[in-house]
Design a protein around this ligand. Structure first.
Ligand code: 2AL
Length: 247
């Protein structure tokens, strides 16, 4: 299958490392194409970043609409642009936060999210409501680790995430940890070994779910809410998108 991985931030090193992490869990027959927007912030750590990230995801989804991808993964924990990408693309689109929450709710009765900047916690909190996980998500914990610093993650950074996870497990009475950033994917295995509880990297779950949905030939419903966008004139720098993307 052909899987499109959209990193909503514009960091090329992070796009490469996300592609490597996805390839590490993908089935042998899965071809991964990783892309990021042509504009916007290099990391997503707040509402304004998130809004531009969502526009960047929409851009990349429109570019990819006719390329025949079987499924798409949005590789940022805020799931920016998820609904827009589902409108634009025929195959299933997975957000890593939604994928992580679903997986965590299967392997534990309660989980905690350990994320990057504390200011991003509210974005995760709103996703918990959106996905109906209020009773299973028992806490969201910021570490104030900058997203791009995860690129060269040393033992001190790993130890901070481990310490925050231990506090979360104890304080929240939770039994699993959801990693709240795509840039944490490479740390998942080591953290699970150290913490001895399920540690969920939404990127890995989303890749495996994308493969499963594709194998089951399940595609996005196009009758109602996710019907293709209406054809109309667009203006300004986005004028080129004013064509019928699904024609
Ligand atoms: C993220 C993420 O996954 N990628 C990014 O740029 N920001 N999320 C986060 N909570 O830090």
């Amino acid at each position: 299958m052909k899987l499109l991985l959209i990193n909503p931030n514009t960091s090329l090193p992070m796009t490469r490392s996300i592609a490597e992490a996805a390839s590490a869990v993908a089935a042998p027959g899965t071809e991964i194409v990783a892309r990021c927007p042509t504009f916007g912030p290099v990391s997503i750590e707040g509402h304004l970043d998130d809004a531009f990230g969502a526009a960047g995801v929409a851009e990349q989804a429109m570019v990819a609409a006719r390329e025949g991808f079987d499924a798409t993964v949005i590789a940022c924990f805020g799931d920016p642009g998820l609904d827009a990408a589902r409108e634009a693309l025929p195959g299933p689109v997975l957000g890593i936060a939604e994928a992580a929450f679903r997986a965590a709710s299967i392997v534990a009765t309660g989980f905690s999210v350990v994320t990057t900047m504390t200011r991003t916690c509210v974005i995760a909190e709103r996703l918990v409501s959106r996905y109906g996980c209020e009773s299973t998500c028992r806490g969201i914990h910021g570490t104030d680790i900058e997203v791009l610093s995860l690129e060269s993650c040393d033992e001190a950074t790993l130890a901070r995430i481990e310490a925050a996870s231990r506090v979360a497990l104890a304080r929240d009475r939770s039994e699993a940890i959801v990693l709240g950033c795509a840039g944490m994917a490479a740390l998942c295995e080591e953290l699970q070994r150290r913490l001895d509880v399920p540690v969920i990297d939404g990127l890995a779950v989303a890749v495996k779910l994308a493969e499963a949905l594709s194998a089951l030939r399940l595609r996005t419903a196009k009758r109602g809410d996710y019907a293709p966008p209406l054809s109309k004139r667009w203006t300004g720098w986005a004028a080129g998108f004013g064509r019928d993307v699904t024609a």
